[in-house]
Design a protein around this ligand. Structure first.
Ligand SMILES: C[S@@+](CC[C@H](N)C(=O)[O-])C[C@H]1O[C@@H](n2cnc3c(N)ncnc32)[C@H](O)[C@@H]1O
Length: 284
């Protein structure tokens, strides 16, 4: 009996949320221009609940009231609703294969443009800058670091990171095939590290929303790692179109470990570079 009542209550709560969630997303879209309607529903719902908990709000409608009437709250909502987990040389084998399979073709180019789409607080960008420095290519590379979240980009621009992550970062760097001493790339102060200036010089930081913004250049490499797992299939398809249109002939697309080009409209346009990593070359 108790179980039946509890499951009936839960079913009613779910039915109400099924009304409230689309209304919240539509309100945010109209008020601020952010469009989350094609994010993957299960993870989006978890993130919305996280936002409610952080604000101690009892319902999605109450969250909608907060977000619509308090523009200052929108950036906190963005923090709750996007997952910003990242690390330097995340998935080290990705960078090892990048050195082996992609760097040789980059050597042929007089200038190199790399787009890090959804770069979070920049660790992925600086990992690439270190790799390119060691391969003698950083001077002729421009790295475009974009994300939907300005707060994360500001962290990346500052290039200051917690010292407590440096041990793991060093292990990743070595596994990624780093040639030097990882500690040569930063100076430590108290509980933070500041990355060296030469790593920061060739990076352009800009807000770019993959859902609503257009391409802004032609790139030889695009990395969009661990971003599209939060999008539904339809939105993934649209973003793949954007990347296809933004890649130069024979350009390289790098995805996260749990992502792939399977079931996207552009699967046939790329070949997987050997090495077991999600690195694809545009072939047609
Ligand atoms: C899990 S992090 C991935 C960071 C990094 N690429 C990595 O693999 O370590 C996902 C990032 O995607 C960003 N993001 C989410 N939706 C986005 C969108 N519509 N346009 C651009 N960036 C987005 C988030 O703000 C977050 O920084």
């Amino acid at each position: 009996m108790a179980w039946t009542q509890e499951s009936a209550r839960q079913a009613e709560a779910d039915a109400i949320e099924a009304i409230e969630l689309p209304l919240l997303l539509e309100a945010i879209r109209q008020r601020y221009g952010y469009d989350f309607r094609d994010y993957a529903p299960a993870s989006l719902k978890r993130c919305v609940h996280r936002a409610m908990q952080r604000e101690t709000l009892a319902s999605i409608s109450a969250l909608q009231d907060r977000v619509v009437h308090d523009p200052g709250y929108m950036s906190r909502f963005l923090d709750a609703v996007t997952v910003d987990v990242t690390a330097m040389f995340r998935d080290p084998s990705f960078y090892r294969v990048f050195r082996q399979k992609v760097v040789p073709s980059l050597r042929q180019l007089p200038v190199i443009r790399i787009w890090h789409a959804g770069c979070s607080s920049g660790q992925e960008v600086y990992s690439m800058a270190i790799l390119l420095q060691e391969e003698g290519l950083l001077d002729r590379t421009k790295l475009y670091a974009t994300d939907i979240n300005e707060r994360l980009l500001a962290q990346g621009r500052d290039a200051i990171y917690p010292i407590k992550h440096m041990r793991d970062n060093t292990v990743n760097y070595q596994k990624a095939g780093g040639h030097g001493q990882f500690s040569d790339y930063y100076t430590a102060k108290h509980d933070s590290v500041l990355l060296r200036d030469f790593l920061r010089g060739n990076v352009v930081w800009a807000v770019h929303n993959l859902v609503t913004d257009a391409s802004f250049n032609e790139f030889h490499v695009i990395l969009c790692r661990n971003v599209m797992i939060y999008f539904n299939r339809q939105l993934q398809g649209r973003v793949h179109r954007l990347f296809y249109d933004s890649l130069a002939a024979a350009g390289v697309l790098g995805l996260g470990r749990g992502e792939s080009l399977d079931f996207t409209p552009h699967g046939e346009s790329y070949e997987l570079l050997q090495g077991g990593e999600k690195l694809y070359r545009k072939v047609r």
